[in-house]
Design a binder for this molecule. Structure first.
Ligand code: SF4
Ligand code: SF4
Length: 375
C-alpha cells in the first residue's frame, strides 16, 4: 500500500522534528526515522507494510491512501526558540468601543496586502504553526476579502479573533479560517455593559452559526466587575453548545480601561476567576521559560513586538523581516523571575506585561498569584 501525507498535516523542523495536524491543532514530535518516512510520503508517496505508526497516522488523518496535490512549504530548520505563533493585527479599525480596549484610539492603521503576504511567506518558511488574525475588528480591514483569499495558499492554522458582531452567515460561508475566537464577556447584561447594547446577542449568534458550519470555535472572556456572578452559568452554556476551549483573562489596566475605573479588577478579587478557563490550546515546549516563548506580534502600524501589549516597545519594523526581529527578542527564563512559589513550573510567572504594569517586568503577576492562592 502507498501512503501520502494528508493536506491537513504539515511537517515542521522545530527544535525537534514534528508533524502538525493543522485542522486539529495537534503537534506531534517525531523521531528521525518517522520524520523521514513522512517526508517521503509528502514528496511522492511511500510504500510500506502496515504497522502501529501507520495505523495511528491514518486514524488521526495525518496519512491518507489517495494522492493529494498540495503545495508543501519548505522544510528549513527553525530558529531556536522557534517562532510558532504570530499575532497579526491587520487593522486598528473597529465597530465597537469596548470599555476595556487596550488599543483605545490609535487611529485607523492597516497592514498592506503585500506586507501580509510577505509576513505569511516568511512565517511559513520559519516553520510557523498558527497565525492569529486580530484587530481592532479584522473583518473591517479595507481588503479583508483579498486577505481571506490569500490565506488558503498557506499551510498554517488560521485563527480569526473577532468580536463576532459582523460575522454573518453569508460571510461565514467563504472564510478560509480553521478557528474563530469570539469574545463573550459575560451573559447578556454584563457583556453589553462592557461592549455595548445588543452585542451579546450578535456575538452568541456568531458562535452558534460558526459551530453549525463546522468551524472550531473558542471563546475569550475578560473578567470584570459586572460579570463575576455569571461564570458558573457561562461555563454550563459553553459546555452545552460544545465549546472546546474557553480562555479567561483579566484586562490589563491600559488603553481605555485606565479611564473606565468601574471596570477595573484588583488582583485578589479578579484572579480567582481565571480558573474557569479550559482547553489551553498550548503545544508542549521547552520548560524553564516565562510567557511568550514562541510568540511575536505584528502591529497594524508595521511595528513588530513581543506581543500586542508591547506595541509601544517594538523590536523592529515589518520591512526588516520576521527573522531579524525575532532574533532581537530575548526569552525570559523562569530563573530570572522574582517568583518564590511552588507553582512556578505551571504558572511560569503569568503575564510579563501585567507584572511590568505593577512596577517590575521580572516581578510577580499578582492576578496569577490570586489564582494559585499565594496572596
Ligand atoms: S476590545 Fe476588540 S472589539 Fe472591543 S473595541 Fe477593542 S478591538 Fe474592538
Ligand atoms: S503564582 Fe505568583 S509567585 Fe507563583 S509563579 Fe505565578 S506569578 Fe509567580
Amino acid at each position: 500500500m502507498k501512503y501520502f501525507l494528508s493536506d491537513k498535516a504539515s511537517l515542521k523542523l522545530l527544535e525537534n522534528p514534528c508533524v502538525y495536524h493543522i485542522k486539529n491543532d495537534e503537534l506531534y514530535e517525531l523521531d528521525f526515522e518517522s520524520f523521514d518516512f513522512l517526508k517521503r510520503c509528502s514528496e511522492s508517496g511511500c510504500s510500506a507494510k502496515k504497522n502501529d505508526f501507520i495505523d495511528y497516522c491514518l486514524k488521526e488523518g495525518i496519512l491518507v491512501t489517495k494522492k493529494i496535490d498540495s503545495r508543501r512549504p519548505p522544510l528549513e530548520k527553525s530558529p531556536v526558540p522557534s517562532l510558532r505563533y504570530i499575532e497579526l493585527q491587520i487593522t486598528n479599525k473597529c465597530n465597537l468601543r469596548c470599555k476595556h480596549c487596550y488599543i483605545a484610539d490609535r487611529g485607523t492603521d492597516e497592514l498592506s496586502l503585500k506586507s501580509i503576504r510577505d509576513i505569511l511567506k516568511e512565517f511559513e518558511y520559519m516553520q510557523g504553526l498558527r497565525v492569529l488574525i486580530t484587530g481592532g475588528e479584522p473583518l473591517l480591514h479595507n481588503r479583508f476579502e483579498e486577505i481571506n483569499e490569500m490565506l488558503s495558499q498557506f499551510l498554517i492554522r488560521k485563527v480569526l479573533f473577532t468580536n463576532g458582531t459582523l460575522l454573518s452567515e453569508k460571510k461565514l460561508k467563504h472564510l478560509n479560517f480553521n478557528e474563530f475566537q469570539i469574545s463573550i464577556d459575560g451573559l447578556e447584561k454584563s457583556h453589553d455593559s462592557l461592549r455595548g447594547i445588543g452585542t451579546f446577542k450578535k456575538a452568541m449568534n456568531a458562535v452558534k452559526l460558526s459551530l453549525d458550519y463546522g468551524f472550531n470555535v473558542s471563546i475569550a472572556t475578560m473578567v470584570h466587575p459586572e460579570n463575576i456572578n455569571d461564570f458558573d452559568r457561562m461555563k454550563k452554556l459553553f459546555m452545552k453548545i460544545g465549546i472546546k476551549e474557553w480562555q479567561v483573562d483579566i484586562p490589563c489596566i491600559t488603553g481605555r480601561l485606565t479611564e473606565n475605573v468601574d471596570f477595573q479588577m484588583n488582583p485578589k478579587e479578579g484572579g480567582k476567576y481565571l480558573r474557569y478557563g479550559y482547553g489551553t490550546g498550548i503545544h508542549t515546549s521547552s520548560s524553564g521559560f516565562a510567557c511568550g516563548l514562541h510568540l511575536m506580534a505584528i502591529i497594524a502600524n508595521g511595528n513588530v513586538a513581543k506581543c500586542t501589549f508591547y506595541s509601544d516597545a517594538p523590536v523592529g519594523k515589518v520591512e526588516e523581516g520576521l527573522r531579524k526581529c525575532w532574533e532581537r527578542i530575548k526569552p525570559v527564563t523562569i530563573d530570572e523571575l522574582k517568583c518564590d512559589c511552588e507553582y512556578i513550573e505551571s504558572c511560569r510567572g503569568g503575564c510579563r506585561y501585567r507584572a511590568q504594569l505593577s512596577g517590575d517586568p521580572l516581578g510577580k503577576d499578582l492576578y496569577r498569584c490570586a489564582l494559585y492562592g499565594t496572596i
